[in-house]
Design a protein around this ligand. Structure first.
Ligand code: SAM
Length: 277
């Protein structure tokens, strides 16, 4: 027992919260598991936590029981407001709830640093939110770390190394300015209802500055152009970037005949700088 609130199965029943596929609702009902996920974010006692998609509040309860200073939970489904207000009453002053679409609000402005983001994200908006959090106007970002549940395949793309099939835009974006690692894997049966795929929790810790210097927009644009045609050699996929692209590639130690998934982060940054000068 992590708290004295009713078990989550009873909460779902009492509030008629039947999971909706359209909202990506695969709930975690085991509070020991949600507390374990909360612990992956480290000591939260001096942090404000943003949680997107609390649903009936399993992870929210884990975060509060683990001592989060404050949790701001943003949930689109108004049916979850009842369960969440019961959690608010059990943890006075520590839980704020917004009934909103997380894509429409900028919650980080309402939180006091240090801020950590911990969420079991809805699959349909998970990658979009991650990309937003990784591309703030300035770096370091408002958050210290992200502890996020994704489909395992997405988690693999975030943490992939060069040379692997999963290595691409997401790995480069994430690893350029953060340490990213998978900290937990969960089978479909951990969720209600079970999704078709396995899931994994990724922990990303923001670096104080990028691993290698580069202009963010330039790096993202060259990486996007190259990986849009990931099976092509770079001299072909980047042909339209500059007439002398082969010379630029060679000048930073990249073979024009290489394919993008074999190029490491340092070389991508060197290429972005060369194209910027
Ligand atoms: N955190 C809960 C748990 O672990 O059991 C629920 C996780 S469930 C995978 C995703 C949650 O995100 C659902 O409660 C869903 O209603 C909510 N959601 C879906 N789209 C959303 C959006 N655009 N903004 C905010 N919440 C959203």
């Amino acid at each position: 027992m992590i708290d004295t609130l009713p078990p989550l199965r009873a909460v779902l029943e009492a509030h008629g919260l039947t999971p909706k596929k359209s909202l990506g609702q695969n709930f975690l009902l085991d509070l020991n598991l949600t507390a374990k996920i909360a612990r992956q974010a480290g000591d939260l006692s001096k942090c404000d936590v943003l949680e997107v998609g609390p649903g009936p509040g399993g992870l929210t309860r884990g975060l509060l029981a683990e001592g989060a200073r404050k949790v701001l939970a943003i949930e689109k489904d108004s049916r979850a407001m009842g369960p969440l207000s019961e959690i608010q009453a059990a943890y006075p002053g520590r839980l704020e709830v917004l009934n909103a679409d997380a894509l429409d609000v900028d919650p980080l402005a309402h939180l006091t640093p240090p801020i950590r983001i911990v969420s079991n994200l809805p699959y349909n908006v998970g990658t979009e939110l991650l990309v937003r959090w990784l591309t703030p106007p300035t770096w370091p970002p408002a958050w210290d770390s992200l502890t996020l549940m994704f489909q395992r395949e997405v988690a693999n793309r975030i943490t992939a190394q060069p040379g692997s099939k999963a290595f691409g835009r997401l790995a480069i974006l994430a690893q350029w300015r953060a340490d990213a690692r998978i900290v937990m894997e969960l089978p479909p049966e951990a969720f209600t209802p079970p999704p078709k795929v396995h899931s994994a929790v990724v922990h990303l810790k923001a670096l104080p500055e990028p691993r290698f210097p580069a202009d963010a927009a330039k790096l993202q644009s060259i990486v996007a152009t190259a990986f849009n045609q990931r099976r092509k050699m770079l001299r072909a996929s980047l042909k339209g970037v500059r007439p002398d692209i082969e010379d630029v590639l060679t000048s930073v130690g990249i073979k024009p005949t290489d394919r993008p998934e074999t190029i490491g982060l340092e070389a991508w940054c060197a290429l972005a700088r060369a194209l910027d000068s």
